[in-house]
Design a protein around this ligand. Structure first.
Ligand SMILES: Cc1cc2nc3c(=O)[nH]c(=O)nc-3n(C[C@H](O)[C@H](O)[C@H](O)COP(=O)(O)O)c2cc1C
Length: 169
């Protein structure tokens, strides 16, 4: 049953050393501003050392007002790249690949007091304020945040990105 589990796997233009994938799971080890920490890097390095072929790093915000949690990892401007680069290098040292999941919290975002969330319709997420209904131009702006985050991910040494497109909470 597990015959293929430890065999290499071709995914797009990368080769995974095996078929074990760690899904994105937020650990909130970043600073309050979203910068990676030694603890965060050590956490992912330990998983890579454990032998997983691909790590998908936890939900990482593309805009500071698109966080979903406190101490969430960010990739919303270039100042995040050096820290994330240390993280990808730590994972690569053990032969694992690493992708980053990029997210905008939308209507369910974790926001400072008084800041209205954003959403495609003015329908509140459970326990959250009614979101501002986005215009098409504003949606295009958010799409651009994802594009910019993907470019930064490449600069930081990630092997891929995963788009988190389903905030339901
Ligand atoms: C503590 C915790 C944090 C999680 N964080 C994320 C996340 O950042 N992004 C995401 O898409 N899913 C997240 N998930 C969902 C897991 O990725 C999901 O549980 C995993 O894919 C396994 O799927 P299963 O629960 O259906 O077995 C999280 C789950 C847990 C338990």
């Amino acid at each position: 049953m597990f015959k293929l589990l430890c065999q290499p796997f071709e995914m797009g233009n990368m080769t995974l050393k095996n078929r074990m994938v760690m899904p994105p799971m937020v650990v909130s080890y970043a600073t309050a501003d979203g910068y990676t920490t030694k603890r965060n890097i050590a956490y992912y390095e330990a998983r890579a050392k454990g032998g997983v072929g691909l790590i998908i790093q936890e939900a990482t915000f593309v805009h500071p007002l698109g966080r979903i949690l406190g101490n969430e990892q960010g990739i919303s401007d270039d100042s995040f790249i050096p820290g994330l680069n240390k993280l990808t290098q730590a994972v690569h040292r053990h032969g694992a690949k690493v992708a980053v999941q990029i997210i905008h919290g939308g209507r369910a975002a974790y926001l400072p007091e008084g800041v209205q969330p954003l959403g495609p319709s003015p329908i509140a997420a459970p326990g959250k304020a009614i979101p501002k209904e986005l215009t098409l131009a504003e949606i295009a702006e958010i799409v651009q945040y994802f594009v910019d985050a993907a470019v930064r991910a490449k600069q930081a040494g990630y092997d891929g990105i995963e788009i988190h497109a389903a905030i339901t909470i």
